[in-house]
Write a protein that binds this ligand. Sequence first.
Ligand code: URA
Length: 191
Amino acid sequence: MEHSWTDLERAVRGCTRCKLCGGRTNTVLGEGSREAAILCIGEGPGQQEDLQGRPFVGPAGRLLDKMLAAISLTREEVYIANVVKCRPPMNRSPEPDEIQNCLPFLRAQVGLIRPRILFLLGATAGRAVIGPDFRVTRDRGKWAERKGYHMLASFHPSALLRDQSGAWKRLAWEDLKSLRAKYDELKGEEA
Ligand code: URA
């Protein structure tokens, strides 16, 4: 596995491990602070992300920025990545083989950043990181810990953009406050 950011960047840029490589304009490794305490994990690049080579820069990204701002965080303070690094065609969800082939890159990012918290955005990230039985409506908002990493899942910003009733937005706000509280608690422990 890649032992440095340079190796990881090179490996992702040249990756042909799955069929998504054929349709990409750019790979999207992720961005933010490489010393971040919080690693936000989405599903995969959409159209804007594919064109710009940056995560969460389309409509869902603008909402993610607002969600972070609501708990006094900026995208520069966290790290933002995705389960898959190449855009699935027509924005479909990534398929199991694509996820399995790409997960070593996410694991490498976790190993390099060593965040305290993994904030999982949506079902794809929840299933990939927590396990195949993960269900976002049932399991969001519950803290889990594995190998010293604190993990919290919430709704994907794209799902929140489609949420007409506002019910999911209210739950997402509870999750964000819980994220902020855990972050402050962990910072307090370090001080
Ligand atoms: N949705 C995601 O899951 N990731 C992105 O980077 C953009 C939209």
